[in-house]
Design a protein around this ligand. Structure first.
Ligand SMILES: CC(C)(COP(=O)(O)OP(=O)(O)OC[C@H]1O[C@@H](n2cnc3c(N)ncnc32)[C@H](O)[C@@H]1OP(=O)(O)O)[C@@H](O)C(=O)NCCC(=O)NCCS
Length: 169
């Protein structure tokens, strides 16, 4: 069945809920390859802090979109400038109970529709290499693998990949 969501720019008051969605993503999808103490350590750091999320929502050069269903925020994505001049998709999380229903794809379509003519055509995204569902999702959106590397989370070194999408003019 076709579903619809209200997709809008995030508000400062959403920051706490965005953190909850990030924590839920880390505690479900990443539990298979990141040890609990390392997940906890990362979630206690700046990337998912409410302060960082508030700053991101307020920043003019970043974009934070949320999808609401039944009057609650069920998904988010964030776009930030990358030092290379590209845009980086830095967070993309859907409530575990709402996944697989097209909400992620709808958020992505909205983000693309909101681009300005002068925006850089290149979008990067960094994904844990063992996040097979997430990788399949990005590949479905047209992203292609551009780098395989490793990253450190707490005391673990894990497989890490970068994907790139170049938007046609
Ligand atoms: C990846 C994610 C944002 C996609 O959102 P979504 O609303 O589930 O996506 P859609 O319903 O539009 O598309 C579903 C597709 O996403 C992928 N997918 C990823 N995780 C999934 C899950 N838990 N359940 C179902 N599909 C999932 C599949 O490729 C699926 O394709 P399929 O229908 O052929 O199986 C979401 O699943 C999520 O939050 N995952 C955990 C966090 C994460 O991995 N984020 C990306 C890395 S930063």
């Amino acid at each position: 069945m076709e579903q619809s969501w209200l997709i809008r720019d995030a508000r400062i008051a959403d920051a706490g809920r965005l953190r909850e969605l990030g924590v839920a993503g880390w505690e479900t999808t990443y539990a298979g390859f990141l040890r609990p103490e390392n997940r906890r350590a990362y979630l206690a750091g700046p990337f998912w802090s409410v302060e960082r999320l508030r700053a991101l929502i307020a920043a003019h050069d970043c974009s934070t979109l949320v999808a609401e269903t039944n009057d609650h925020v069920a998904g988010l994505l964030t776009l930030e400038p990358h030092p290379s001049g590209a845009i980086e998709l830095t967070r993309f999380y859907v409530d575990p109970d709402e996944r697989g229903r097209g909400l992620g794809a709808a958020l992505w379509r909205h983000a693309l529709a909101g681009r300005d003519a002068g925006d850089t055509p290149t979008i990067l995204v960094n994904v844990f290499g063992d996040n097979h569902d997430g990788r399949r999702f990005y590949e479905r959106l047209g992203f292609t693998l551009c780098e395989e590397t490793t990253t450190t989370v707490g005391d673990q070194t894990v497989y890490d990949v970068w994907y790139r999408l170049v938007i046609d003019a």
